[in-house]
Design a protein around this ligand. Structure first.
Ligand SMILES: *[C@@H]1O[C@H](CO)[C@@H](O)[C@H](O)[C@H]1NC(C)=O
Length: 250
C-alpha cells in the first residue's frame, strides 16, 4: 500500500456563497496505514478558489498563504485551546475513521480471474500473440508475467494499466508477442496478487477454445441430423414410388 497513498476527504465543513464569492473549508486525512505516524490531518480554507490558510498535523499550527490568511493564522495560533483541538483531530477523527475504512474495505481482497486467448499481433516481427486477461481483482496492485518453457519471458510483453471497473474491482491485460518454436512449447501466464497464497499460473492450451469446439459440435450435429432425415425421406419416397409402380392399374 506504500505506493498508493490514499487520501479521503472526511468532512466538508462549510460552504457560503454570496454574489459569486465563495469560501469553503475542506478537512482531509492522508494515510497509508492505521499508524498515527502514517496519518496526516489537513484542514484547508479557501476563498474564491485560492487557498488562504491551512492547518496540517505535520506542522502543528496554522499557516497563512495570503494577507488575510497570514493575519488569521497569527490570531488562531495564539489560542492554545484551538491548537490543541486541531492537533487532536488526527487521532480522534482520522485514526478513528481510517480504522473503520480498513475493517470495511481496505484489508479485503478479491481473487483475480484469468483468461488466456490468442489474438492477431499488430504486425512487426512476431507471428503470434497471446493475451492474458485478468478480471475482478482488488486491491489494485498486481503482477502479471509470462513463462515460456519454464523461463520468465519479458521480450515482446506489453501490458495495460490496472483499469478500474468502477465497482472497486480492477482488470488488466498483458500481451505477449512471440514466434512459436517448431517443437511444441509451453507458455503460461503468471499472476501474483495479495489475495492469492501462491502465484496463479494459467497454461496456454493451443487446442481450440471451448466455445469454438461447442459451435463446431452443434453445427456437426445439425448436419448429421439433416442428412439422416433427408436420407430417411429419400428411402421413404423410393418405397412409395416403387409401390405405386408395382400396383397394376387396370
Ligand atoms: C507510509 O508512507 C511513509 C512516507 O511515505 C513511509 O515512510 C511508510 O513506510 C509508509 N507506511 C506503509 C505502511 O506503507
Amino acid at each position: 500500500m506504500a505506493s498508493s497513498f490514499l487520501s479521503v476527504s472526511l468532512l466538508f465543513i462549510g460552504l457560503h456563497a454570496a454574489d459569486g464569492f465563495m469560501h469553503y473549508v475542506v478537512s482531509r486525512c492522508d494515510f497509508n496505514s492505521t499508524d498515527l505516524k502514517d496519518i496526516e490531518f489537513i484542514r484547508s480554507y479557501s476563498y474564491n478558489k485560492l487557498e488562504i490558510i491551512r492547518f496540517s498535523s505535520s506542522v502543528g499550527k496554522y499557516v497563512g498563504y495570503t494577507e488575510l490568511g497570514v493575519k488569521n493564522a497569527e490570531n488562531w495560533n495564539k489560542d492554545p485551546s484551538e491548537l490543541a483541538a486541531m492537533r487532536a483531530q488526527k487521532e480522534t477523527v482520522c485514526q478513528h475513521n481510517i480504522k473503520i475504512w480498513y475493517d470495511a474495505a481496505l484489508t479485503k481482497s478479491a481473487e483475480p480471474k484469468v483468461f488466456l486467448s490468442s489474438a492477431t499481433p499488430p504486425g512487426g516481427k512476431h507471428s503470434s500473440m497471446l493475451v492474458c486477461s485478468v478480471f475482478d481483482f482488488y486491491p489494485k496492485n498486481i503482477k502479471v508475467s509470462w513463462i515460456r518453457d519454464g523461463q520468465p519471458e519479458t521480450a515482446g510483453v506489453t501490458s495495460t494499466d490496472e483499469l478500474a471497473d468502477g465497482d472497486w474491482y480492477y482488470q488488466t491485460h498483458s500481451h505477449l508477442e512471440y514466434t512459436p518454436s517448431r517443437s511444441g512449447e509451453k507458455i503460461s501466464c503468471m499472476v501474483e496478487h495479495i489475495s492469492l497464497s501462491k502465484p496463479l499460473v494459467t497454461d496456454w492450451d493451443p487446442s481450440m477454445p471451448e466455445p469454438e469446439r461447442n459451435k463446431i459440435a452443434i453445427g456437426a450435429s445439425g448436419l448429421i441430423l439433416g442428412l439422416t432425415l433427408s436420407l430417411a425421406g429419400f428411402i421413404y419416397y423410393k418405397r412409395k414410388a416403387r409401390g405405386r409402380i408395382l400396383v397394376p392399374s387396370n
